[in-house]
Design a protein around this ligand. Structure first.
Ligand code: PEP
Ligand code: MG
Length: 572
């Protein structure tokens, strides 16, 4: 018989993003505020004026806190944006606008919207930096509206200890604000294992379950929940037993040295990072180096792009953290779900099939690309570690040739300027079907290929990364994806290039034998999974792994592939 406590326990399922669990109290987060229709005839101007004044007061306090925290965590320059927000908050033109809208009978939140509309339009019509001010104004407006509607704006960077964040979806920059010291985990309505919020959760070792679906909306704020990122479950009002097991920290044995298979083949086990703050934690998990530095995260949440010197320092820091390992830096992959407000990104119907990755670097972001290459070539020359550079979302050999031309131009410019530089090892990410079919022509031109299974799976299966309705299709264990991976590995080796994998598939220890058997030389993953994958590598016999891989490649359905993997793992 169940106890009353057990009876009230409810479990919602989604996709586990991190193999960690914890328990905490729900806070709902929404990045956009929905404005209810104004209540005709019931507006009292004095009450609305007071509501506006209170909201403005709270907004000012919040902004001052955020300013202080950003200055501490990120830097003084980045914190300055909050000064601009405070100025807008106190702008007399906006104050007059709110006053006259309240006089006209609007409630405070609608008055705020009306008062901000004209100034936003004016800034939008200006050029360059001034146009960016429109975004700041929108931020200030949304903060005020949220405060007026909810009474409280959820400040993701300042959540109390033991908070579980629930949201429709979290953007990469929302997730980057979460402090793993305080946040017990998060769960979202949408998103898959390879959505950037999930990837971030893994780098922060933050328990997370994504893609739960509409049911998540039934969970009230302040409920107690367990986020079980291993099982992909959110347990509402969990039993004491369940809470205890969620809190228990998992013992992991860290292997600091590089590992080999049982019969002595070296497999490089590296980690994926997005910002300097992750480097130390990555090393602590025993990563041999960095297999994917997602540099676009260095460009998010700021007012302008980091300049050449700042980037040089950032890349040098990574090289110094891994003086004996390889650091693979990916050039900017902007677009898709990683928009950057200060860049003039087009509104695209389907940004994942639009202008992203190398397409922007060879087009509208050519200047940023050159600056990034300059910083990288300078970092490669300073003697620390081994730098490698790779290009994202390449679909044709011509794109690679054009990128390599820019490499030559940048090297020549540094030469002429007398600046110390080195052109490091170069590679291409294989994440489009076009790149798979052109893998021999790509491998011929570079030193290595790195398979990005997150995008490769979405593009091969035509199943978007964020869409839980097609989660089933978006499985790298599908025969079509496995064959694409195998074909890429063969093309690399036939052209004397080494080949790695930096998509999320690489971090699943249940697939390590298959991936080693397919012939990969390197696996790069979220730091949290490095110890388990290193342990898996050490028990592999390469001949047996190759046989296992060829059996998996012969399977004609996903179910067959899974069955072969499971049987193989059960026989270990
Ligand atoms: C990938 O697509 O597999 C990859 C590693 O790149 P990202 O997840 O940053 O798109
Ligand atoms: Mg990708």
């Amino acid at each position: 018989m169940s106890t009353p406590e057990q009876m009230s326990e409810r479990t919602l399922t989604g996709t586990g993003a991190t193999p960690r669990s914890d328990v905490g109290t729900v806070v709902w987060y929404s990045s956009t505020a929905e404005l209810p229709d104004p209540d005709d005839g019931t507006v009292e101007p004095d009450v609305e004026r007071e509501r506006f004044t209170d909201a403005r007061e709270t907004a000012r306090d919040e902004l001052e806190d955020e300013r202080e925290r950003t200055a501490e965590r990120v830097g003084e320059q980045e914190a300055e944006v909050f000064d601009a927000h405070v100025q807008f908050l106190e702008d007399p033109q906006i104050e007059d606008g709110v006053e006259s809208a309240i006089e006209d009978g609007l409630p405070a939140e609608h008055a705020v919207q009306r008062a901000f509309a004209d100034p936003i339009k004016q800034f939008e019509g200006m050029d360059g930096r001034m146009a960016e001010r429109a975004d700041d104004l929108r931020d200030v407006r949304d903060r005020l509206v949220r405060l007026l509607i909810d009474g409280e704006h959820v400040d993701l960077g300042g959540l109390p200890e033991g908070t579980v964040v629930l949201a429709e979806r979290l953007t990469p920059s929302d997730t980057a604000q979460l402090d793993p010291e305080c946040v017990a985990g998060f769960a979202t309505v949408t998103g898959g294992r390879t959505s950037h919020a999930a990837i971030f959760a893994r780098s922060l070792a933050l328990p997370a379950v994504v893609g739960i679906g509409e049911e998540l909306h039934n969970i009230a704020a302040d409920a107690t929940v367990v986020v079980d990122g291993e099982a992909g479950e959110l347990v509402v009002e969990p039993s004491e037993e369940r809470r205890e097991s969620a809190r228990a920290t998992r013992e992991v044995e860290v292997r600091e040295e590089p590992v080999t298979t049982a019969d002595g083949t070296e497999i490089e086990i590296a980690a994926n990072v997005g910002q300097p703050a992750e480097l130390e934690g990555t090393k602590a998990q025993g990563a041999d180096g960095i297999g994917l530095y997602r540099t676009e995260f260095l460009f998010l949440d700021r007012e302008q792009a980091p300049d050449e010197n700042e980037q040089y320092e950032t890349y040098t820091e990574a090289l110094e953290t891994f003086p004996d390992g390889r650091v693979v830096v990916r050039t900017l992959d902007i677009g898709g779900d990683k928009p950057i407000p200060y860049l003039d990104l087009p509104e695209e119907e389907n940004p994942f099939l639009g202008e992203r990755g190398i397409r922007r670097s060879l087009g509208p972001d050519a200047d940023l690309f050159e600056t990034q290459l300059r910083a990288l070539f300078r970092a490669a020359a300073n003697g620390e570690g081994q730098l490698s550079i790779m290009f994202p979302v390449v679909a044709t050999p011509e794109e690679l040739s054009a990128a390599l031309e820019t490499v030559s131009t940048v090297a020549q410019a540094l030469e002429e300027e007398g600046i110390d530089y080195a052109v490091p090892e170069l590679g291409v990410m294989i994440e489009t079907p076009g790149a798979v079919f052109a893998a021999p022509e790509l491998a011929e031109q570079v030193d290595f290929l790195s398979i990005g299974t997150n995008d490769l799976t979405q593009y091969v299966m035509a199943a978007a990364r964020e869409n839980e309705r097609v989660a089933d299709l978006r499985d790298p264990r599908r025969p079509a994806v496995l064959r694409a991976i195998s074909r890429t590995i063969e093309a690399a080796h036939e052209n004397d290039a080494w080949v790695g994998m930096c998509g999320e598939m690489a971090g699943n220890p249940e697939l390590t034998e298959l991936l080693v058997g397919l012939g990969l030389d390197e696996l790069s993953m979220s730091a949290v999974t490095v110890p388990d994958v290193k342990a898996a590598v050490q028990s592999i016999d390469t001949d047996a792994a190759a046989e296992h891989a060829s059996r998996a490649l012969e399977a004609t359905t996903r179910e067959h592939v899974i069955d072969r993997i499971q049987r193989n793992n059960a026989n270990q």
